[in-house]
Design a protein around this ligand. Sequence first.
Ligand code: FAD
Length: 299
Amino acid sequence: MNVPSDLRASRQFGDSRPPHQVSFEFFPPKTDAMEERFWDSVTKLAPLHPRFVSVTYGAGGTTRERTLRMVSQIQSQTGVNAAAHLTCVGASKAEVDAVVRGYKEAGISRIVAVRGDPPEGVGKPFVPHPEGYRSAAELVEGIRRIGDFDISVSAYPEKHPQAPSWDVEIDNLKRKFDLGATRAITQMFFENADYFRFVERAQKAGITQSIVPGIQPIHSFKQISGFASRCGASIPHWLAERFDGLDDDPETHALVASAVAAEQVLELVDEGITEFHFYTLNRSNLVLALARLLGVRPD
Ligand code: FAD
């Protein structure tokens, strides 16, 4: 079939569509009920052949065992590559290195390496452990010394709240790549223009590796606004307006959430983006629908 050449990228289909790569982030469940939902979602998303499924790490190592168990089980039960997150806050280098060796022994070859936040929250200054890694960049360097891991690091389209300037922010990302990171995954953002400006700044600084947009579907506007304000991501007025008054109307809330996420993702596709990381919050429905819009379907 002939495809008109002026077709928007998001409307290309079949073989004419560029292949899209997706990855999915989960958090380690705390209770049996949460674990059931976790596995239900993993089982529904695994047949989409994500590049990897990642499991977060409680900042102070609070989920160390659970993260390792979930990641190992995802890999053995679904055959999907799993990535374990790792932080260096509140731990010595020796302790962090032991976790990395544990991942290696368990056959985990992918790590999402981040610094983590102090237990008091992201607003408080980060004080490194006296014998610990002092930043994500140092953590990446330490991981590389131990093994040939695929390492993802963070990036902040709106600047990390603790970065004194854009130069420091971009230098920090460059350093993480120079020390061995494979790709960056962004913090959630809702204005695509912020992401594109960030990528441009990074490219100007000589960064050539992928900066994968981190997409946060809005299952609960109230909850996501809270997360966003804690991690320095802004909620645009137009977005707040779309969800205004929907707290007690879950059906309309869900439909608006899916329209908002679809608009964001398809606009990114139209601008040439082909890789996406989804913050699933251990739910599959919205992410399944978004993957379908990207042409990513189960076998
Ligand atoms: P870094 O890259 O070390 O940098 C943090 C900030 O400090 C940057 O703004 C940087 O510019 C600044 N900085 C670094 N070095 C210097 C320097 N020498 N001088 C001045 N400024 C400097 N948290 C968890 O607890 N568990 C997780 O599993 C987790 N996963 C995440 C996954 C992704 C994709 C993202 C985006 C975040 C994740 N986080 C997680 C949150 C993360 O821990 C926090 O955002 C934390 O505040 C910063 O971590 P980082 O790796 O970005 O730090």
